[in-house]
Write a protein that binds this ligand. Structure first.
Ligand SMILES: CC(C)(COP(=O)(O)OP(=O)(O)OC[C@H]1O[C@@H](n2cnc3c(N)ncnc32)[C@H](O)[C@@H]1OP(=O)(O)O)[C@@H](O)C(=O)NCCC(=O)NCCS
Length: 127
């Protein structure tokens, strides 16, 4: 059974004219909950879709008092978006190596260093 079926994770999808153009995952297994895999179709970027996905993730996470998100140290664009929304660096870095299948079906390995960002939601604040 997948994480979503077990209630361990929620997938949020953004639609435009019936076509999925972006998604984000809210992982409920950790304390605090963690936002993962925020992604917007290249052609649909810069229109506020990433921001809207984050707003929906935050709404779903309520009444959590804080949320975490890891962002690549070489990803200033995503980091700027999170910082604009109030996420702040904890200074905590982690390096992971993972396997993925690229657009041509080729299995590849990638190593990524993430910094952990955190946003606090004061008790009673409307999400
Ligand atoms: C990071 C990512 C999700 C952002 O998605 P997006 O839909 O372009 O995000 P937004 O449009 O909400 O915001 C991006 C910028 O567009 C601008 N923007 C927001 N709304 C806008 C609008 N209506 N019109 C024009 N520009 C707008 C914002 O100024 C914002 O800049 P800032 O983040 O530096 O403040 C997207 O670039 C992406 O998928 N990247 C690859 C995957 C990735 O790196 N994911 C993050 C993993 S941690």
């Amino acid at each position: 059974m997948g994480l979503q079926q077990r209630g361990a994770s929620v997938l949020v999808v953004a639609w435009s004219d019936g076509v999925p153009v972006g998604s984000a995952q809210l992982d409920l297994r950790t304390d605090p909950f963690e936002v993962k895999n925020l992604h917007v179709d290249e052609r649909a970027r810069g229109q506020g879709i990433g921001t809207a996905l984050m707003a929906e993730v935050e709404r779903l996470a309520a009444p959590a008092s804080r949320l975490a998100v890891g962002v690549g140290v070489d990803n200033p664009r995503a980091r700027a978006l999170y910082e604009r929304l109030g996420y702040r660096s904890t200074g905590q870095e982690s390096t992971t190596t993972y396997e993925y299948v690229d657009a041509h079906g080729v299995r590849r390995t990638a190593t990524e260093t993430d910094v952990l960002l955190m946003k606090d939601f004061p008790a009673g604040s409307p999400l």
